[in-house]
Design a protein around this ligand. Structure first.
Ligand SMILES: [Mn+2]
Length: 311
């Protein structure tokens, strides 16, 4: 499929590259790197982000964005579900490059491989397939994506292949020290203030831990939900925890739950009980209600799944 996508790229001139809403390191890195590669091949490219790139991810080189073109091909990277495009409609013939565990849509050229760590790893292979030289700008973006989706070379998707790709990218000009520092050592003060609130409210039930952040906390701190991004990973670092739940009020009557589990699919099972979804060990849901009223209920559900092996 990689070869076929390379052929499609060679055979066309005008492209749009799009990724999922709430773009993360991998979404930004893979889309920008692919754009650089297509531009190097003499193609016109427009980049589309359904929601803005967070400020913290704006440090890697940015390719030229040819907004005015009418694309022949729309390449979706790090996303295969069009619902995650937040209403943006692809204008060209769709091509998908994604590593999430999803089914290819009929009639759409899709390279979907859940065995890959990240879309960035796949875009790296695609660029190699195209025979384009990996420039420092491409390497920096791809390294950011690889680093992001492996949790800094820590998650279970950190394969020997990932290190080989990282090695190649560093050789091609990515700076691992500066990229890691930009991603990991630039927390806002608001983040730590939110973390304090979260720790104050921490509830423990066996190996299940839960906490919540209210809409009013965000308002009082003049913080945005983005300032709370990463708090769940912080809680999941607690020794002895097996299932971790963080409820966040997006507005006064809507709660978003982030759930993490260690070694089992308890996170997904818990999220599903509330109509949510995700990966086995990282899942979530959004529900009407108040965080302080829902937290006990979600913890109770989590207790049913924690300690049970994956099925
Ligand atoms: Mn990804």
């Amino acid at each position: 499929m990689k070869t076929r996508i390379a052929d499609i790229i060679r055979g066309h001139d005008r492209f749009e590259i799009m990724t999922h809403e709430g773009p993360d390191e991998d979404a930004v890195g893979s889309s920008r790197a692919l754009a650089f590669a297509l531009i190097a091949l003499g193609k016109s490219v427009r980049l589309i982000y359904p929601t803005p790139i967070p400020d913290t991810l704006l440090f890697t080189p940015e390719p030229k964005n040819d907004k005015g073109i009418s694309p022949q091909i729309s390449i979706m990277v790090d996303v295969s579900d069009r619902k995650l495009l937040a209403g943006v409609t692809p204008q060209g013939e769709i091509v998908v490059v994604d590593h999430h565990r999803t089914k290819a849509e009929d009639g759409i050229v899709s390279w979907i491989d859940p065995g890959k760590s990240s879309a960035s790893e796949m875009v790296y292979e695609l660029i190699r397939e195209l025979g384009t030289e990996i420039t420092p700008a491409m390497a920096s973006n791809l390294y950011m994506g690889l680093f992001g989706d492996t949790g800094g070379f820590m998650h279970s998707n950190t394969t020997a292949k990932v290190f080989k790709t990282a090695y190649d990218l560093v050789r091609a000009g990515a700076d691992p020290n500066s990229i890691a520092y930009r991603l990991k050592k630039t927390r806002s003060l608001k983040y730590y203030q939110i973390l304090c609130i979260t720790m104050d409210r921490l509830i423990q039930a066996g190996r299940v831990y839960g906490s919540f952040i209210c809409y009013r906390d965000f308002r009082d701190l003049r913080a945005t939900p983005e300032d709370a991004s990463g708090i769940i990973e912080e809680l999941a670092s607690l020794a002895g925890s097996e299932l971790i739940i963080l409820l966040r009020e997006l507005n006064p009557d809507t709660v978003h739950a982030s759930i993490r589990s260690k070694g089992t699919e308890a996170a997904l099972k818990t999220a599903r009980a509330f109509g949510g979804g995700g990966h086995g060990m990282a899942a979530g849901f959004t529900i009407k209600g108040r965080a302080d009223e829902l937290i006990e209920q979600v913890i109770e559900e989590g207790m049913k799944w924690a300690g049970k092996a994956s099925s």
